[in-house]
Ligand binder design. Structure first.
Ligand code: URA
Length: 440
C-alpha cells in the first residue's frame, strides 16, 4: 500500500477502505508517513469529504492508536459528558456531582483550556491541593466509592489524534466536520464510558458558528458513537452569549458553587438540566425526561449535589472548605467596572470577545505552555434581553494588572450589541439527538 495512491484516490473523491485509513493513521502515528503526505490527504478530505463509514474507520483507528480504558472495574452504567467548548462553560462542575449524587458513575477525562475557551482541569486547580493526575486505580476506585472522578487526559489517549490535530491546526484543515467528529469521538471512545452525552455549542463563541453546522456535527458524532456500540445523546446549545454570568476560572468555580446551592443563573441551569436529563435517561434512572429533571432538581434542593462536590474535591486532594466558603477562592486585586454608553436592550454579547478579554487578563492560555492566572475574570451584570441605560455597569473586571484590565474593558464594551428592540426569548437548547433520533 502506498500513501501516494491513498491521497490520489481521495483527491478524486473516491471512498477509502478501512485498511487504507488504518495504514495512514498507524503510519503517521509511528513516524513512517511524513507530515506533507498526511497534510495533502487532510486537504483532499476538506474538498471531497468522507462518508459515514470512512469517518467511523478513521475514528476507530485513532481510538486504537493508544490505550482504550478498561472501565469494567467500575460498577454500573458509566456516563461521560463532553462539550465542544464555550465561554463561561462550567457545566461539568455542576452536572457531574448532580449525576453522582443520584448514584450514576461518572468517569470523566477532561482537558485544559486553550484559546478563548476554558477547560475543566484549570477550573479545578482553584482548589488548593487538587490533583487530576490520578493513577488508573485511584480513578476507578474513586468512581466506585463516590461515583465521580475527573482526571487529565493521559498522553497515551488517542495519540494519533494529538498528532493529526496539531498538523490540521497549521494546515487550515481543522474545520472539516468529519475530521472534527472523528477527532472528538476518538478520545471519547478511548475513555470508553457506556453512554456519552455531548454538548454541541453553536453561536459566535463556539466552534460551530451556525446551527446548521452544529446539528451536522452532532449527527455525525452520535452516529459514530452508536456504530461503536455506545448510548449517545447530543444536545445542541446556545453560545451566542457567554453561559451564565461568570467567565474566568475562580469566578466560574464560585458560580458553579452558587448553582449547587440553588442560585444558578437561568440560562446556565437550563443547559445543566438538559444535559443532566440525558445522563439520567442514559443511566436508566428515569423513564421520562420529566422524571429525570425532577430527580436532578432534588439533588440541588436537598444539598446532596453540593456535598458530593465537596466529597469529590477532598477525594482528589483539594481543600473542601472552599466549597462551603467560596469567598476563600482568589479573585483579582483590581476591580474595574465596564460601563455602558447608550440606552437600549442587549441583543447579543459576543462570547468570543468576552473569552478573548479574559485571555487578555491572563485567565487563559495562548499556547499549551502558558501559565494562567486563576483569579482573573469577568462578571457580567447584563445579559441578552436586559434593558440598559447609559451609565449602567455592564460587567465587573477582576484583574491583577491595570493595563490588562483596560484592554479587557475595550473588548467587553465591543462585545455588547445594544439595540432598540426587545431581543425576544432565545432558547438555550436548540435540539436534542438521542441515539440517532431527533427528539426535540
Ligand atoms: N476539538 C477536538 O478535539 N478536535 C477537533 O478537531 C476540533 C475540536
Amino acid at each position: 500500500m502506498r500513501m501516494y495512491d491513498i491521497i490520489n484516490k481521495k483527491k478524486r473523491g473516491r471512498h477509502l477502505s478501512e485498511e487504507e485509513i488504518r495504514f495512514m493513521v498507524n503510519g503517521y502515528t509511528n513516524g513512517e508517513i511524513p507530515d506533507y503526505q498526511v497534510s495533502a490527504l487532510m486537504m483532499a478530505v476538506c474538498f471531497q469529504g468522507m462518508d459515514a463509514e470512512e469517518t467511523l474507520h478513521l475514528t476507530l483507528a485513532m481510538r486504537d492508536s493508544g490505550e482504550v480504558l478498561d472501565l469494567s472495574a467500575i460498577e454500573g452504567i458509566k456516563v461521560d459528558k463532553h462539550s465542544t467548548g464555550g465561554v463561561g462553560d462550567k457545566t461539568s462542575l455542576v452536572l457531574t456531582p448532580m449525576a453522582a449524587a443520584l448514584g450514576i458513575p461518572v468517569a470523566k477525562m477532561s482537558g485544559r483550556g486553550l484559546g478563548h475557551t476554558g477547560g475543566t482541569i484549570d477550573k479545578l486547580a482553584c482548589f488548593p491541593g487538587f490533583s487530576t493526575a490520578l493513577s488508573k486505580e485511584q480513578f476507578y476506585g474513586n468512581v466506585n466509592r463516590i461515583k465521580m472522578a475527573i482526571m487529565g487526559q493521559t498522553a497515551n489517549l488517542a495519540p494519533a489524534d494529538k498528532k493529526l490535530y496539531a498538523l490540521r491546526d497549521v494546515t487550515a484543515t481543522v474545520d472539516q466536520l468529519s475530521l472534527i467528529a472523528a477527532s472528538i469521538m476518538s478520545k471519547k471512545l478511548a475513555a470508553n464510558a457506556d453512554a456519552i452525552v455531548l454538548d454541541v455549542k453553536t453561536g459566535n463563541g463556539a466552534f460551530m458558528k451556525t446551527e446548521e453546522d452544529a446539528f451536522a456535527l452532532a449527527r455525525e458524532m452520535v452516529q459514530i458513537g452508536v456504530d461503536a456500540g455506545k448510548q449517545m445523546s447530543a444536545v445542541i446549545t446556545d453560545m451566542d452569549q457567554p453561559l451564565g454570568n461568570a467567565v474566568g476560572n475562580s469566578l466560574e468555580v464560585k458560580e458553579a458553587i452558587l448553582s449547587l446551592n440553588g442560585l444558578g443563573p437561568k440560562d446556565f441551569m437550563e443547559v445543566v438540566y438538559a444535559l443532566g436529563t440525558e445522563m439520567v435517561l442514559a443511566a436508566g434512572r428515569a423513564e421520562t425526561p420529566g422524571q429525570a429533571k425532577e430527580l436532578l432538581e432534588q439533588t440541588i434542593q436537598t444539598g446532596t449535589a453540593l456535598d458530593k462536590f465537596a466529597e469529590f474535591v477532598e477525594a482528589q486532594g483539594g481543600d473542601k472548605r472552599f466549597v462551603y466558603q467560596p469567598e476563600l477562592l482568589p479573585v483579582g486585586n483590581i476591580q474595574l467596572q465596564a460601563m455602558n454608553t447608550e440606552d437600549g436592550i442587549v441583543s447579543r454579547i459576543l462570547a468570543e470577545e468576552i473569552g478573548l478579554a479574559t485571555l487578555a487578563l491572563g485567565g487563559g492560555r495562548l499556547t499549551k505552555e502558558s501559565e494562567i492566572d486563576l483569579s482573573v475574570g469577568i462578571l457580567l451584570h447584563k445579559k441578552r434581553g436586559d434593558m440598559v441605560r447609559a451609565g449602567d455597569t455592564l460587567a465587573t473586571i477582576y484583574a491583577n494588572d491595570m493595563e490588562k484590565a483596560k484592554e479587557a474593558y475595550g473588548k467587553i464594551v465591543r462585545a455588547y450589541e445594544i439595540g432598540p428592540d426587545p431581543a425576544g426569548e432565545v432558547p438555550m437548547v436548540k435540539g436534542i439527538i438521542r441515539n440517532g433520533r431527533m427528539v426535540q
